[in-house]
Design a protein around this ligand. Structure first.
Ligand code: TYD
Length: 248
């Protein structure tokens, strides 16, 4: 058996930090685990991400946006998530299909049934076993993200030129085309996430993102613990060492 866990939340909710902490915790416990993100996570997906977040792409049509997110997702499921789950591992993903329902569905008013159809085509119907939702007021989250934004670098034009020819790498929080949308959009997204949780309460765990990083990390480990028995560890942990041969 395998385990697929996703992290969702509005901008500035701290989900990427928590995804990384859980990844490090599970890895230290000897679990086969990978951490990836959307949009991105593959070479092709990171290119698509670059197109999606580019502040210059103001002319992008809403349908193009949906299809690009879905294309990146299709590549990620096919290339990484699907094969790793098939091996019995744990996949942690920073955002997944619920973001499309919240951002493009509730945020941009796309028909949710259409989005389900496109998502099922892209993913083969793969849905997470557990989704951690870090809840924060949309305005407060945007403020936190603005504060975390790196100061513009004098090298910016040079770096932008490099990005023309190279896929980007993971970096500091970026202020992107989607963040730049008006507050009412982000409020619709946050409301959308709450509606999604109400539809499938057993899959979601909502947590208050204003709690400390340590407290949240602890709550997340607690939420994940009951599901871990379906995954085989690489090494038995110290308290489950093999029986002493002399007693056999
Ligand atoms: P992400 O890297 O999670 O941004 P952050 O960590 O800065 O919150 O996601 C990039 C942006 O893409 C973010 O604004 C949310 C948006 N997004 C969608 O609109 N639809 C989607 O399906 C996904 C996966 C992300």
């Amino acid at each position: 058996m395998s385990l697929f866990i996703t992290f969702e939340g509005p901008e500035g909710s701290g989900k990427s930090t928590q995804a990384r902490i859980l990844y490090e915790t599970l890895q230290a416990q000897g679990y086969p685990v990978i951490l990836t993100r959307e949009p991105g996570g593959t070479r092709i997906g990171e290119w698509i991400r670059q197109i999606l977040v580019d502040l210059r792409h103001t002319e992008m049509s809403p349908a193009t946006e949906v299809l690009l997110f879905s294309a990146a997702r299709a590549q990620l499921v096919n290339e990484l998530i699907g094969p790793y789950l098939a091996e019995g591992g744990i996949v942690l993903c920073d955002r997944y299909a619920d973001s499309t329902y919240a951002y493009q569905g509730y945020g941009l008013n796309h028909n949710l049934d259409d989005l389900h159809t496109i998502t099922a085509f892209a993913t083969g119907g793969l849905m997470p076993d557990l989704t951690i939702y870090l809840d924060i007021d949309a305005e407060r989250g945007l403020e936190r993200k603005r504060q975390a934004r790196p100061a513009p670098s004098p090298l910016a034009p040079h770096l932008a030129a490099l990005q023309e020819s190279r896929p980007p790498t993971y970096g500091k929080p970026e202020w992107n085309r989607l963040d730049a949308r008006e507050l009412s959009y982000h409020q619709r997204v946050a409301d959308g996430f709450r509606k999604l949780m109400l539809r499938e309460p057993e899959r979601w765990r909502r947590m208050d993102a204003e709690r400390s990083i340590e407290e949240l990390a602890h709550l997340i480990v607690e939420a994940v613990a009951p599901l871990l028995e379906r995954v085989q560890q690489y090494n038995p942990p110290p308290n489950q060492s093999l029986p002493d041969a002399a007693h056999e």
